[in-house]
Design a protein around this ligand. Sequence first.
Ligand SMILES: C[S@@+](CC[C@H](N)C(=O)[O-])C[C@H]1O[C@@H](n2cnc3c(N)ncnc32)[C@H](O)[C@@H]1O
Length: 458
Amino acid sequence: MSTPAQESDGGDMLEKLHLLTPELLNSITAYSAATSSKTPAHGDDADRVETERRERIVEAAQAIVDAARPPQPEWMNQSTAGAEFVALRLFIEWGAFEVIPVEGSISYEDLAHEMDAEVQLLTGGAGAGVKELREKTDGESETNTARLAWLMVSSGLLEQVGEDRVRHTPKSRQLTESVPLRSMWQLMFDNSFTSSASLPRYFRTYGRREPKGLTHIPFTFAHGAPEKKFWDVLNAEPGRMQVFMHAMTAIDKQVPLMGPITGLYDFGWVADVVADEKKKSSSSDHNRPLLVDVGGGKGHCIKAFCAGEDSPLSQDRCVLQDVAPVIEVVRSDEASGLAGVTLMAIDFHVEQPVKGALIYYIRHCLHNYDDDTVVGIMKRTAEAMADDSRLLVAEYVMSNPPSRFSIWMDFIMMMSGGKERTAALWEEVGSRAGLRLVAFHGIEVSLDGHAVIEFAKR
Ligand SMILES: C[S@@+](CC[C@H](N)C(=O)[O-])C[C@H]1O[C@@H](n2cnc3c(N)ncnc32)[C@H](O)[C@@H]1O
């Protein structure tokens, strides 16, 4: 028999469900209308619009799930998600997602064999047949019901076939097809999850204040090397650096939320500058770099900006700067697609060696650092800028209160001692570096306020 409290909870829930259901239907109708539209969006724009519309459906559906869900221990949900994350990370490292055939299924026993792992570790014993395994292990496996593969089967990431076989779902198949996606999962686990798990210990050690500086940050603390810098720890293991770079290179395409590269800022005015240079035939400006990508990784932004006949930027007038190990990787990659680009190893904390370039572009680097360090990097750039130079910072501009995505990003950044910033904070750090904030570009076209923030010399 239900209690009065339960009856009233049920009544509230029904009322909420009645209110929420039309939202879900509206979001589906909007998506359906957009996909059958005669004037569909193209390129990055299409990805963004598609994501936004699907996000709306997910949000509406999630609200219904939340309203209908019976009271259950939230701590259990959270820790189950954590357990699945760990299992997924292990399967990535052990190559399991590649061993499971793209079509069809594999027995747990064969999967375990390929991974050089005990079959009991994958399931509670399904691989050898539950009965046989019980016999082999004197009944120990009877209690072993929540092992690695089953964690992913229980969440629907993998699908079990019968009692002893497993196959891909569309979600897990993506992990085999996309190196960047797999790298992103790895990165989130190795860099963020493990660092955040050590936060209680970190704050007990350093006090309850924002991590500051390049060392003694949660990431290096969690790696047992608090006196080292983030990149020193990352670069110490070549494999990890590769994972980081893979994740950064193409994730923009698959997760438009990460911030589009193109479409936020109009480089059209550069064409006028180039045309003016041509008029002054003796001008030394002809050799002036048009764009320096500071901390540009593998150069994917330069490639995107120079692509297409209409682009006023050309690779032979661009400079790609990054730390020496990254530049070495790019230099030795014959397929880098960076013909003509000047490759330069730098330390952006010390000096900007290219003086007087037209544009200094720095994307997703500054959010890795605390305010004082960011002011330092911006100052080094300001010192190199000519009066007409521009500094373009591609980063998030957090609203107040921020969206769930940008505050998640802010939390991730805290691990390396960094943070996301509000418009006011961007203005403040720019001003401290001797720069004037000219404009925020593209905020309206990107989810969660990803923008290109334009600064000029004061
Ligand atoms: C988050 S990644 C961003 C890469 C690229 N700008 C993008 O948007 O995908 C940060 C980059 O900054 C580089 N970096 C880190 N410290 C640096 C330093 N002291 N000087 C120059 N580059 C640095 C890293 O190697 C990495 O490629």
